[in-house]
Design a protein around this ligand. Structure first.
Ligand SMILES: *Cc1c(COP(=O)(O)O)cnc(C)c1O
Length: 378
């Protein structure tokens, strides 16, 4: 469907736009700036066209957490390499990942998970690599993932030692500071820890995976582009003899994908300063339920409403279309005073954790996606 047609339709009250050029630019910039290999974290946005775009833009492979994600990569990016970087995997999935999908890269953060790998995978196979995920310490991430995963430093050393003693596999270290980590310090601290662990280990450590978590830009968090952060990472690695010798990997999701999609939601009812829209937190605005204020723009008659002609702005409370009172955005949104039923609100920066977590709760499903071509790309 064309963008203009979608804006003029009366058939539905919400649709997504996808801007492949923007996704590819963000991915290329990140790949160029990162001093190692970049894996795309599929869970941030698993749309087939996202998988193929980031591959075309130069990612080295994909971070997958399930067999379904690995199959998706196989279908949409044939020949691309997937890393199975979920620290809690069923035996069946470990087996299928290796035998049917040919995955060679795994992660563990405890002895029980390593026991499973040792029983299911061929221990004499040197092409296998097992990363040990360690607890990376304090983080300023909005979503701290260290409360769920991560071995202690002593346990990390024991796991590395067991891999070296019992297998022909190579090994690596991994950490993940959490999603939307808003400063560089948690990465540098964890990388310093990784260097100490590598120096203390009774085993050769071939790689360090520093995870994802790189911050995206939202209205309440006006983060700069990641270039400066990546440069500091590069300088840090260059200054550390231990880290210079290992292969460096990262697994960004959000920072690559956030800018490539908008969600257009029609105003279906206005009650004074409350707007009820064609899509809310279940339709893809979950990131705006709590933490993020999304950039917005209003549209009428196929055009953005120009502030100058709109007669000023006011703040609105924004609700989704379902009957759940949680279906409400956390922040007030400044929109044209004259906004009325039938206008569209474009919620920008919904490329990450939106498409991947939305559902059809209460019968409202956002089933239309418009791919923008270069001249619409904005
Ligand atoms: C979620 C996740 C990522 C991606 O995190 P972002 O915050 O989207 O960059 C990367 N690696 C692992 C292991 C994850 O769980």
């Amino acid at each position: 469907m064309e963008f203009d047609t979608a804006l003029r339709t009366t058939e539905f009250d919400a649709f997504y736009t996808f801007n492949p050029a923007r996704l590819m630019r963000a991915t290329r910039d990140f790949v160029e700036g990162f001093p190692g290999s970049v894996l795309y974290a599929v869970k941030a946005n698993p749309l087939p066209q996202v998988i193929s775009s980031v591959r075309a833009a130069g990612v080295a492979g994909f971070d997958v957490a399930s067999i379904a994600e690995a199959l998706l990569v196989q279908a949409e990016a044939p020949g691309a390499r997937s890393w199975f970087m979920n620290p809690a995997k069923s035996r069946r999935d470990i087996e299928r990942a290796w035998r049917e999908l040919g995955l060679r890269d795994f992660v563990v953060d405890c002895a029980a998970e390593l026991d499973k790998l040792l029983e299911v995978l061929p221990t004499g196979e040197p092409s296998l690599r097992v990363h040990v995920r360690f607890h990376s310490g304090a983080s300023d991430a909005l979503y701290d993932l260290n409360s769920k995963f991560g071995a202690s430093h002593e346990e990390t050393l024991r796991l590395l030692q067991r891999i070296a003693a019992q297998t022909a596999w190579s090994s690596g270290l991994a950490f993940h500071p959490g999603s939307q980590t808003i400063s560089i310090e948690p990465y540098l601290t964890a990388m310093q820890t990784a260097a100490r662990l590598i120096e203390r280990a009774d085993a050769r450590v071939a790689s360090l995976d520093i995870g994802g978590g790189f911050p995206a830009r939202y209205d309440n968090m006006p983060m700069p582009p990641p270039a400066a952060l990546l440069q500091r990472l590069g300088e840090f690695v260059a200054s550390c003899a231990t880290l210079k010798r290992v292969e460096l990997l990262c697994e960004p999701g959000r920072v690559l994908a956030y800018d490539c999609m908008s969600l257009f939601a029609r105003v279906i009812l206005r009650k004074d300063r409350a707007l009820y829209c064609g899509a809310g937190i279940f339709g893809g605005l979950l990131p705006a339920q709590q933490f993020f204020q999304l950039p917005v723009r209003a549209w009428r008659g196929g055009e953005p409403i120009d502030d100058a002609t709109a007669g000023g702005q006011r703040e609105f409370v924004v609700f989704g279309p379902t009957c759940d009172s949680n279906d409400r955005l956390a922040f007030p949104y400044a929109l044209p005073e004259h906004l009325r039923e039938g206008d569209w609100i474009e919620f920008q920066h919904v490329g990450a954790y939106s498409e991947s977590v939305r559902c059809a709760f209460n019968g409202f499903s956002v089933d239309h996606l418009v791919t923008l071509d270069a001249h619409e790309a904005g």
